[in-house]
Design a protein around this ligand. Sequence first.
Ligand SMILES: [Zn+2]
Length: 56
Amino acid sequence: MSSFPPGVFAVQCPNPKCRKFMLVEEHDRGKTVACLICQTPIKVGSAPATSKPQTR
Ligand SMILES: [Zn+2]
């Protein structure tokens, strides 16, 4: 399902009325990007939003 090119991952819009997934690139980590749909600022974290937290 998540067959993005290397260096690209998805972040989800925090707007509860939008929740759109957007693709961002590795160099966008730590930055804030605007949602293309609702223009809500999305903080790009250090981990992909689609990956589960690894606790080990
Ligand atoms: Zn949005």
